[in-house]
Design a protein around this ligand. Structure first.
Ligand code: ATP
Ligand code: MG
Length: 357
C-alpha cells in the first residue's frame, strides 16, 4: 500500500500559498485494510475514508466511467490494481493532478508543474466533460489564482462551453452550487468567477437574474477590495436586483438564510437607506423597523457597511444616530403609565417618530 498527498495541498504548496487542507490517495489497498487500520469510511458512492487521528481525507485510488447524468452519474471502480496514474487521470485540472510521496518526490504524469509555471488551468483529459461541477470548480480556481496570473486554457474553456450547452449544469444540486459560489465569492477577485462562467455560457444558465444586475461585477469588486465578508459580498452581487429576483436567485442557490435576508433587505431598502432626506419621520422609522434594527443591530450594521461601500457619500452616521435616538425612548416608562399593550406600541412609535423628524 502506498499513500500520496494530492490535489490542492500539493498545488498550493508549489505555488507558495498556505495549505488549507490535505487530501490523500491510497494505492494498493482495499476498504477492509483501511477499516482494520482504524479509518472511518465516509463516502457513500466513493471509497473515501477519514484518518483515525488527523481526520484528513484518504481516498482509495479509483477510475470512473460515466453512467448517467450529472455530477454523481459515475460508475466508480476501485481495487488494489488501480494505479496512481489512472487515479490522477480522472481529476479535473493538471495542476490538481500532481501527487507527492512522503519523501517529497513529485509524480506528475499530466504536466501539472509546467502548467503551474506558465499559470494555466488545463483539463487533464477529455473526460473533463463528464462532470458539470468542474465548470464551477475551474471558475472558482480562476478567481482564487487570478492574482498569480492564472488563466483558463482555451481548450478547457471550450469543454466548459460544451458542458454548459449539454444542459448538465442544471443537474447540479443547489448545495453544490452554493458551496462553490460562496467559496468563489470569498476569493480576492470574485468577479473573475463570474467572468469565466460568462465566457463559457454557464453564467446565464446558473445565475440568469444577474443579467439584470448591471453593476454586479463592480459592486462585488468593491466589496472584495474592502475585504468585506462573504455575506456582504453576496448582497453586493445582488445589489440592483428586484427583491423577487434576489429571492429567485437565493432559492436556486439554496443560500443560507443570513445571506438571503441580508441581500433581500439591501435590495428592498437600498434607495431609502441612501436618501433619508427624502423620507419623512414615519418613513425613516419604517426603514428601521423593516431592517429589524432594534432587535438585530448587528445586521443593521451590515446594511450600513453595504451603504458605505456601494453608495459612497451616503450618510451612514445618520442611521446610526437615528437608531440610537429611537433606542433612547423609555418603553418601561410608557408601560408604567398603565395603558394597554397596543397603546404602549402606538406611543413608542409616536415618540420615536418625533425624534426622527
Ligand atoms: P481546495 O483548495 O479547494 O481544497 P482541491 O483541489 O484540493 O482545492 P478538493 O475539492 O479538496 O479540491 O478535491 C481534491 C482533489 O480531488 C482535487 O485537487 C482534484 O484533483 C480532485 N477533484 C475534486 N473534485 C473533482 C471533480 N469534480 N472532478 C475531478 N476531480 C476532482
Ligand atoms: Mg482540497
Amino acid at each position: 500500500m502506498n499513500i500520496y498527498l494530492v490535489g490542492g495541498a500539493v498545488r498550493d504548496r508549489l505555488l507558495g500559498l498556505p495549505v488549507r487542507e490535505r487530501d490523500w490517495v491510497v494505492v494498493g489497498a482495499t476498504p477492509q485494510v483501511l477499516i482494520e487500520l482504524g479509518y472511518r469510511q465516509v463516502g457513500r458512492d466513493f471509497p473515501v475514508f477519514l484518518h483515525p487521528d488527523s481526520g484528513e481525507e484518504y481516498a482509495l485510488a479509483r477510475t470512473e466511467r460515466k453512467a448517467g447524468a450529472g455530477h454523481r452519474g459515475f460508475e466508480v471502480h476501485s481495487d488494489p490494481s488501480v494505479t496512481l496514474e489512472e487515479d490522477l487521470r480522472r481529476r479535473d485540472l493538471t495542476v490538481n493532478a500532481i501527487a507527492e510521496t512522503d519523501g517529497g518526490e513529485l509524480i506528475d504524469p499530466y504536466g501539472g508543474q509546467a502548467d503551474l509555471q506558465t499559470r494555466v488551468l488545463r483539463h487533464v483529459s477529455e473526460a473533463f466533460v463528464e462532470d458539470p461541477l468542474r465548470v464551477l470548480r475551474v471558475a472558482r480556481f480562476a478567481a482564487y489564482l487570478h492574482h498569480l496570473g492564472f488563466e483558463v486554457a482555451p481548450d478547457t474553456l471550450a469543454l466548459m462551453q460544451t458542458l454548459s450547452d449539454s444542459g448538465e449544469l442544471e443537474t447540479l444540486s443547489a448545495e453544490r452550487l452554493w458551496s462553490e459560489t460562496a467559496r468563489a465569492l470569498d476569493t480576492a477577485h470574485p468577479g473573475v468567477f463570474l467572468d469565466v462562467l460568462g465566457q463559457c455560457g454557464a453564467g446565464d444558465r446558473l445565475f440568469p437574474e444577474l443579467r439584470a444586475a448591471h453593476k454586479a461585477y463592480e459592486n462585488l469588486a468593491r466589496a472584495a477590495a474592502a475585504k468585506a465578508d462573504v455575506e456582504l459580498r453576496f448582497a453586493a452581487l445582488c445589489s440592483g436586483l428586484e427583491p423577487a429576483a434576489v429571492d429567485a436567485l437565493c432559492q436556486r442557490l439554496n443560500a443560507p438564510r443570513r445571506f438571503s435576508e441580508l441581500a433581500g433587505l439591501w435590495s428592498a431598502l437600498e434607495q431609502d437607506l441612501a436618501a433619508p432626506d427624502r423620507l419623512d419621520a414615519p418613513g425613516r422609522l419604517q426603514v428601521l423597523e423593516r431592517c429589524d434594527a432594534f432587535r438585530r443591530p448587528q445586521r443593521f450594521e451590515q446594511l450600513l457597511l453595504l451603504l458605505a461601500l456601494l453608495r459612497p457619500g451616503a450618510d451612514t452616521e445618520f442611521w446610526r444616530q437615528a437608531l440610537a435616538r429611537c433606542r433612547s425612548v423609555d418603553v418601561a416608562a410608557i408601560a408604567a403609565t398603565g395603558v394597554s399593550g397596543r397603546e404602549v406600541g402606538a406611543r413608542l412609535r409616536a415618540e420615536r417618530e418625533k425624534l426622527l423628524g
